[in-house]
Design a protein. Structure first.
Length: 123
C-alpha cells in the first residue's frame, strides 16, 4: 500500500500562474474558487490557502491547515502558484500501479503453484 501512495506523490504540483496586470478592473486571474494556492508577497511572506473568492482586487480564502480567513491584494503579490493535477504523471502512476499489482499476483501464483507441486510429489 505504501508503494501505491509513493507513486501518486508526483501527480499534483504547484504551477506558476500569471497575475492580472495593473489597470482597469475586470481582468481575470488564472485561479478559481476551490483552488489551493501559494502566494509569495512582495514583503517576503508566504501563504498557502484554499480560495473562497476571486475578487477584482484580491484573492480571499482559508489558510491550510488552520482555516484562518485570508485576503491578499494582487498589488501585494510577488508570485502566485496554484495546485494542478499533472495528467501525464497521474497516467504513468496508474499504469505503474497496475503493473505492480499484476507482477505481485503473478509472483504469488507462481510461488503458490510451485509449493503445491512439491507437496504433491512427496505423497
Amino acid at each position: 500500500m505504501t508503494g501505491v501512495s509513493v507513486l501518486f506523490t508526483g501527480c499534483v504540483s504547484m504551477r506558476d500562474v500569471p497575475l492580472p496586470a495593473p489597470g482597469p478592473p475586470g481582468q481575470t486571474v488564472a485561479v478559481k474558487v476551490g483552488d489551493k494556492v501559494q502566494v509569495q508577497t512582495k514583503s517576503g511572506e508566504t501563504f498557502v490557502f484554499r480560495v473562497t473568492a476571486v475578487e477584482s482586487e484580491a484573492l480571499a480564502g482559508k489558510s491550510e491547515p488552520v482555516g484562518k480567513e485570508m485576503r491578499v491584494k494582487y498589488q501585494d503579490i510577488a508570485s502566485l502558484q496554484v495546485e494542478r493535477v499533472d495528467v501525464a504523471r497521474t497516467s504513468l502512476a496508474g499504469v505503474g500501479t497496475v503493473l505492480i499489482i499484476v507482477g505481485v499476483a503473478a509472483l504469488v501464483f507462481v510461488l503458490g503453484g510451485g509449493n503445491q507441486g512439491i507437496n504433491n510429489v512427496g505423497r
